[in-house]
Design a binder for this molecule. Sequence first.
Ligand code: PMP
Length: 377
Amino acid sequence: MEIYLDNAATTRPYPSVVQAVAESMEHVYGNPSSLHKIGLEAELLVTEQRKTIAEGLGCEPECILFTSGATESNNLALRGAAAVYGKRKPHIVVSAVEHASVSNTLDALEAQGFRVTRVLPDSEGRFTSKEFLQAITEDTCLISMMAYENETGHRLPVSSVFTTLRKRYPHIIRHCDFVQGFMKDPTTVDLLAADLLSVSAHKIHGPKGIGALYVRKGIRLQPILTGGKQEKTIRPGTEAVPLIAGFGEAVRQHENKLYDLGKRTERCYTALESRLREMDGITINRFMEGTAYILNFSVQGIRSETMLHFLESKGIYVSSGSACAKGARSHVLSAYGISNDRADSALRVSFSGENTVEEVIALTEAVAQGQRQLIHK
Ligand code: PMP
């Protein structure tokens, strides 16, 4: 038995994605920059997929740059925009619960002389627009907010903050890490009022090592890499044609299914939440509205890793916080004011459209069994 409930870390590629990658490796092996027919075929493939991804975000294909994943998209967005727009306005606003690829990048920018304000949730663990807008100063050049926080699934008020900023301070560049919302939340870059937005293929059953950055027309970025003229010279390097083929296919598999996938996930979320609420010693780590794709809870008295491996022995795979944190205590849970004990016993369950309520029941039974067996050890 294998019950995979770690879809916020990564997802299993769809068979059609694997096929698209393999077929492109076999048949579309040209360099998209080559002038001959074989190169042209590869270029056409890239152009087609760029269109597909743009449709997924409701934007023009010209605004999509392919990257090696959201870590790179976030780095390019933040470093690239800070370098262009931050010379005279060296202040950046960010939420305190960002993924390491944003928070560590901002630490690096801070070390270079930028001033960074990390916005915390209120005393009840909730983010409202107010805290972000209050953090804006005369010399703010950039704001970065994730749409869905990847450990608890909370939804941050990106669209309301960004829409207000667009009106009041249009010169401030607005970046959104949209990794956990892409092809789940049917919003668009315009509804979010984002200038820059990062997505990744492997969270939606696509290949690992490929992502994209949306760059609104007119926004300038200083490249991180220097090289050829690919991706408008902002992201040089031969395009990862097979991965791009797989990325496009993953997006197509989600198109027109967002509602159904969301409904299935909601059923799993509701089933898990209601069962957990009936159990003793469990606290659900959710303080505001969020996605049904992620549910974080703490099991009193049992360390995350201990329960994670117990569940693994039953063929159930969950996560202890974010996969990128690799066992370190989560800065995200601390930011919500969660105690160390509760953070150290947190588990993250994350769904995909492939999960079922039966799997959720098996999970809760295994957690209950774990509580009986592990708690006195
Ligand atoms: N941002 C968020 C919110 C994420 O969940 C992740 C993946 N853990 C990333 C960025 C990084 O994405 P990638 O693995 O494509 O570099």
